[in-house]
Design a protein. Structure first.
Length: 306
């Protein structure tokens, strides 16, 4: 599974930048302090028509629960890869455990999800704080791409991924009052790989998976492949293929593991990962996770111009 940090635009007002932080619940709110809904948009291919499909995906966290709601905007979105299962396997250095929805704790914009070791009550802590950035008044076309020394910067939202909006919407289009994007800041006691049954592949062994991962791009870009052993007694071979950022294209990281005689794509949580950028003047701010107000606005634009 790839992880990317997408570029964004450059013309963000100082007032908007100052809206970033951990203490704005009094400004933005999140409804019940024990509930948090984070919305994103994704596209797939409509199996019936062969055309692009776009969906609104809402993830609601509450104490002991995680619910995912998918709403079609264009066509019929293929939901087979959406992680809506209650239990995922976690593998780390000399560790096997599980990430389960029943242990979720929500406090404002902090979502805690302890990871329990298999067959005992040992655990380590994993949490995400969803920091906020005020999108009110931000131009939809704020994001500016870049190449070489002229680096991309600005605020990148879901609308930047749909050309029909950019080609038809007025250049003055801005987000309405109450629009907020969420910037997830993850902390964990240890680095880990996480996956579930939806991530199972058809590869016969990890070497085949590595060969396919290394061939994902045909532009001869530089990459690095790392192989390691993880899980209980470090009995599970794993691999990471990292493609380095080039010009306006970001870094990509693909992760795979051999588990229970099958090969899985995985997500990877790095306890030493750098904090996401929140300054659009200095670089790209990934604003693809938003609140309900911003999501309603984005949905309306896709519905109107797509």
């Amino acid at each position: 599974m790839k992880k990317i940090m997408i570029p964004t635009s450059m013309m963000l007002l100082a007032a908007v930048i100052s809206g970033c932080g951990d203490d704005e619940d009094s400004i933005y709110g999140s409804g019940n302090s024990n509930e948090l809904t984070v919305t994103q948009f994704d596209k797939s291919i409509d199996r019936q028509t062969g055309r692009e499909a776009i969906a609104r995906i809402e993830t609601e966290y509450s104490n002991g629960e995680r619910d995912i709601d998918v709403t079609n905007i264009v066509g019929n979105f293929n939901t087979q890869n959406i992680d809506n299962l209650d239990n995922s396997v976690v593998l780390a250095d000399d560790f096997e455990g599980s990430l389960e929805n029943r242990y979720i704790e929500v406090n404002g914009r902090t979502v805690k999800r302890p990871i329990y070791e298999k067959n005992n009550n040992n655990k380590f802590d994993y949490q995400t704080v969803y920091r906020t950035l005020n999108l009110a008044g931000v131009n939809v076309f704020n994001y500016q791409s870049g190449n070489g020394s002229n680096a991309a910067r600005g605020i990148f939202t879901a609308l930047n991924t749909y050309p029909s909006v950019g080609n038809n919407a007025p250049s003055t289009l801005t987000f309405p009052n109450g629009s907020v994007c969420y910037i997830p800041v993850t902390t964990s006691d240890r680095s880990f790989f996480v996956f579930n049954n939806k991530d199972k592949t058809n590869y016969s062994d990890l070497d085949d998976w590595i060969d396919a991962a290394e061939d994902r791009f045909n532009d001869n870009r530089d990459f690095r492949t790392s192989e390691l052993s993880i899980g209980a007694n470090n009995n599970n071979p794993a691999a990471q293929v990292k493609f380095f950022a080039i010009n306006n294209d970001p870094e990509y990281l693909y992760n795979g593991v051999n588990y229970d005689a099958a090969i899985y794509d995985t997500d990877f949580v790095d306890k030493d990962a750098s904090r996401p950028n929140e300054d659009s003047v200095r670089g790209v701010v990934d604003c693809t996770l938003v609140n309900e107000v911003a999501a309603d606005f984005i949905e309306a634009q896709i519905d109107r111009y797509y």
